[in-house]
Each structure stands twice: as C-alpha cells, then as structure tokens.
Design a protein around this ligand. Structure first.
Ligand code: NCD
Length: 318
C-alpha cells in the first residue's frame, strides 16, 4: 500500500511526477468549472485532531475538485469523546468505506499507526513536530512558479534560507528533506534555543544563528511560526527581541534590497504571528508569495491524491 507519511517515502522521480501532476491540476483549477471525475465514488476521510484552516480546507477542496466525497472527523463530536479508542475509530472508518485518510495529530508517528491499522492510503497532514509532507511539496511548487520553472531539475542550485523555530517545526523538517532531495542549498537560521542540536548531522544543512550576507542573498527566505504551543520552559527572550534578531521586518527587507537587484521571495506556511516572526510590511509586500503558497496547496493535494490513487491501483492489478 502506498501512503504519503514522510518525504522519506518519495524518490526524486516521485517528486517529479507529483510536481508535473500539480501543473496539470493548476490548469484544472483555472477552468470555469473546476471539477474532474477522477475520484468519483471514492470517499476521503479528513481526520484533523489539531487546529487547521488552510491545510484541512485545501485537502477538502482538492478531494472535491476530483469529485470525491469528503467526511470530516475530529475528536470533538465523534465517539472518541465517548471514550472510543482511536484504533476502534479507525476500524469503524474502514468498515464505513474510506478510500483515503488524511490525518493531522499531535502524536508524532500517529499517521503511520493509522496507515498500519487501516491499510487504506493515508496522507500525513502534520504529525506533531515531525513532518508535513504536502506543505513541503506546495512550497517547492511555489518556488518553481515564482522562478518561472517547469522542470524540477531546473531548481537545482537555488538557495532557500529557513528562519525561526526549527526545533518545533514539522514544516521545516519536511521542507529540509525535500529541498535537499531536489538539489536546493538549504540554510537554517535559528536561535540556539530553537535549533535541534544534531540537525547538521541528520540533514546536512548550513546552520547560522543570525542573518548575514549569504542569507540576504538567498533566492527564497521562509519564516516559520514560533510554535509556542510546543514550547516548554525558556525558548526565546521576548517576542520583541525575537523580532529584532530573527524576524522578517522592514530592516531585513532593506538589507536585501541593498544586495539584490531582483527581489527575494518571502514565504511563510501560515498562520503568521504578525509582529513576531514576520511584520505586515514584509508579509504583504510584493516579494511575498505567502498567499500563493496557500493557493498552490490545493493543486499539490489534488496531485498527491491522484498519484496515490494510480500507484495503488497499479499495485492492486499486479
Ligand atoms: C503549519 C502547520 O500546521 O504545521 N501550518 C500549515 O499547515 N500551513 C505551520 C504552523 O502551524 O505554524
């Protein structure tokens, strides 16, 4: 059974496939009637046990554009509230006839558990601070579109700087894995207190504690939300000081303008903490691709559904 639980599940050629499909899906989304019959008669269960706006909605839109039926299920309002175990809930969903499961949960590895129990194609919509593979794919698609690239191999050699709370970010973890896989140079900039201690060893990224010339000259700069809900004791001095050192503010934008003729592309997965890791002057500037990231998320998730659907269909026919 093929799932998308981690960027580790997909090879370079799988990524190429998904990106190519995403371009076709973008074309469908520009049509007057945004509906194709690919998943007609199939049911997608969306299980979001953590807050979400853009990810849940875009998975639902993606499924509906492909003509699937969608069911939303969370702990609130379901039998989980009555004490039913999650394993029983999954078995129940299987009996009800799910064809896909999309799951977000604070437990790292929880989507893997679901995939093992349900044996239904499962997509990780974010598990704790572990991974968020479709976010990484939509970020990659956004970078290609912003640079006018159509072929994945052409992004090789570009530089992305990821700044902020790397330690608690599943967006960073999936992003670093995917961007390295396709040949981007990845720099991470983070306070010592929000940096996993052995990150260099595992991911081979370049690490910096503060902005410098190399960062200001990157092609892409991605800010991450300060994940306060995952913080324990001391993590940052204060919101103001955090903004001063690691925030994308006007001063930061001015430094870039001094060095680069063509503007840098600013990204953020959302939701933003305006005034902390990013200021409105940057988030809403011409350099920002933040709302394009959201838009591209629908196409990428359509592509992922299609890709899993065809891969699993091939497997069944073997
Ligand atoms: C992120 C998430 O939930 O992991 N948001 C998203 O999916 N677009 C990042 C975050 O919550 O900061």
């Amino acid at each position: 059974m093929h799932h998308l639980l981690s960027i580790d599940d997909i090879s370079f050629s799988d990524v190429e496939n998904i990106i190519d499909l995403s371009f076709s899906m973008l074309e469908i989304l520009q049509r007057d009637i945004k509906k194709v019959p690919t998943l007609r008669g199939r049911t997608v269960f969306l299980m979001f046990f953590e807050p979400s706006t853009r990810t849940r909605v875009s998975f639902e839109l993606a499924a509906k554009t492909l003509s699937a039926d969608t069911i939303n299920l969370s702990d609130k309002g379901s039998s989980i509230e009555k004490g039913e175990s999650l394993v029983d809930t999954i078995k129940t969903i299987k009996s009800l006839g799910a064809d896909f499961i999309v799951v977000r949960h604070k437990g790292e590895g929880f989507p893997h558990l679901i995939a093992d129990i349900a044996k239904i194609p499962t997509i990780n919509g974010g598990d704790g601070k572990n991974e968020h593979p479709t976010q990484a794919l939509l970020d990659l698609l956004t970078m290609m579109l912003k640079k006018g690239l159509r072929k994945l191999s052409e992004i090789k050699g570009a530089t992305i700087s990821i700044v902020g709370d790397i330690m608690h970010s599943r967006v960073a973890r999936s992003g670093i894995k995917l961007f390295s896989k396709v040949g981007l140079n990845v720099i991470v900039i983070s306070s010592h207190t929000t940096l996993p201690k052995d990150i260099e060893k595992f991911y081979g990224v370049k690490i910096k504690n503060f902005f410098d010339d190399e960062v200001f000259s990157s092609d892409f700069i991605m800010a991450l939300r300060l994940q306060k809900e995952r913080h324990g004791n001391f993590i940052i001095p204060s919101d103001e000081e955090y903004n001063e050192f690691w925030g994308l503010n006007q001063r930061f934008l001015d430094e870039i303008k001094k060095r680069k003729k063509d503007s840098v592309i600013i990204m953020h997965p959302g939701p933003m903490n305006l005034g902390i890791e990013i200021e409105p002057a940057v988030a809403y500037s011409d350099s920002s691709a933040i709302f394009e990231q959201v838009r591209n998320g629908v196409a990428v998730r359509m592509a992922v559904f299609y890709y899993l659907f065809t891969k699993n269909a091939k497997r069944e026919s073997l």
